[in-house]
Write a protein that binds this ligand. Structure first.
Ligand SMILES: Cc1ncc(COP(=O)(O)O)c(C=O)c1O
Length: 417
């Protein structure tokens, strides 16, 4: 069976299923994911690093649907989480603590307690204050917390400024110099922490394949200095995620080969295992957001196509100036023209694409907003009291509703008046 999104005649298909039949059955707006692509992406990344002792920890924040977590668990993935809620999600689908890495700049005491009790593989520490807090919590519980220090290597990921995390001005991690002092502190006074490794994640949607080899060089040299100066014998290096995908025509996804090639001999030489935290590169191109055209509106300067999907279902264009291709679920012939694809939300920032060349759709047509699997549904909100959309996962040619659309009752459940 053919996997992914492709046209069969005039129908846009996903893993053998016409998207128009999913829209008809479950309504729009709706996210639809290809289980085939998710598995393919995971296997492709895992195979690049197969010769190394690597843990591929899927970054749950990119798409935390329980059905997708289960699918990836069955593929053999580990998980990278950033909150107590994400911890509950992965545990709900049966993931054991030793397959979970806990990152995030603002871990609360409660989150630390639950994660320690669950026996997570590692806490990625983001500050000195967090190290002290975790040490205290672990001491109270009579536990030793396994930790890595997230280092901010001041490397430019050459990506959008809102998804760049490895520059000195970003809030993430500890500078290389301060991390050595923290390492010494952990070894000498923070007795309830066990320092296992170093972690870095310099940004998301990285497309330049020369960046990771440079990062490897910097981190490997630094790891040697770190071990020498702190006396710590580390066991793991975590390079985070951030592997870019092709959103626009002509773009190419990040080639991981130069990264893997630079990494393999160094890990072997230093006797270190590898951790990676890919999110977008596993889930991004597996998902589309289906939307129905409500109106065509002719303005004085522009033609607007008004969707039933908006920034409340997919905020990436608004938040990151992100590009998403838009494809008709059933092809239409016609002349290409510049169109603004917008949503019904009362904000000028509510758009999916501006000045996009496309064939003018008709009222009632269903369109697919492509490559919406990552940072799509997870960022959906109830702004304008809009229900968050439904989600469908297609596995082996079978489409399954894995999340119902919010009802009005779901939205107001926790309110009183
Ligand atoms: C620490 C960390 N790891 C992994 C990821 C996943 O990144 P991506 O989805 O770009 O692979 C992120 C995303 O921001 C992150 O902050």
């Amino acid at each position: 069976m053919k996997v992914g999104f492709y046209y069969q005649g005039s129908d846009l298909m996903v893993d053998g299923v016409p998207l128009r039949s999913i829209a008809r059955q479950h309504g729009t707006p709706i996210y639809v994911y290809s289980g085939g692509i998710i598995a393919q992406n995971y296997r492709r990344i895992a195979s690049q690093f197969a010769k190394m002792d690597a843990m591929i920890a899927y970054s749950v924040k990119s798409n935390s649907s329980l059905a997708i977590l289960k699918l990836l668990k069955n593929e053999g993935a580990a998980f990278d989480i950033v909150s107590g809620g994400e911890l509950e999600r992965v545990r709900k689908v049966g993931v054991k603590g030793d397959r979970i890495i806990f990152a995030g700049v603002g871990k609360t005491k409660d989150e630390m307690r639950v994660a320690l009790a669950a026996g997570v593989k590692e806490f990625n520490l983001e500050s000195e204050a967090e190290a002290h807090r975790l040490n205290e919590v672990a001491k109270e519980m009579g536990r030793i917390a396994p930790v890595a220090i997230r280092v901010n290597p001041d490397v430019d990921a050459k990506t959008h400024k809102y998804i760049s995390t490895g520059k000195a001005e970003n809030k993430f991690g500890v500078s290389m110099q301060r991390a050595i002092a923290l390492g010494k502190d952990i070894r000498t006074t923070l007795k309830n922490l066990n320092l296992q490794g170093l972690h870095t994640h310099i940004g998301s949607q990285i497309l330049d394949s020369s960046i990771h080899p440079r990062l490897v060089k910097k981190m490997v040299g630094y790891t040697e200095t770190f071990m020498r100066e702190t006396g710590a014998q580390l066991t793991a290096l975590d390079f985070g995620g951030g592997f870019g995908i092709a959103y626009e025509k002509g773009q190419k996804p990040l080639d991981l080969k130069p990264f893997a090639k630079a990494l393999a001999p160094e890990l072997k030489r230093l006797g270190l295992t590898l951790r990676l935290e890919p999110g977008r590169s596993i889930i991004g191109n597996s998902g589309v957001l289906l939307t129905e055209v409500q109106y065509i509106k002719q303005g004085d300067k522009k033609t607007f196509v008004i969707f039933d999907a908006s920034m409340t279902e997919l905020i990436r264009p608004t938040l990151y100036e992100a590009h998403h291709e838009i494809q008709p679920v059933t092809k239409r012939r016609g002349k290409m023209q510049a169109l603004d694809f917008v949503g019904p939300v009362c904000e000028s920032t509510d758009f999916i694409a501006k000045d996009r060349m496309a064939v003018l759709p008709h009222q009632g047509d269903v369109l697919a907003i492509m490559d919406a699997g990552a940072y799509g549904f997870v960022m959906a909100s109830n702004y304008n009291t809009r229900p968050r959309p439904a989600e469908v996962l297609v596995v082996n040619g079978k489409a399954k509703l894995v999340r119902k659309r919010d009802t009005f009752e779901d939205i107001v459940r926790n309110e009183t008046f």
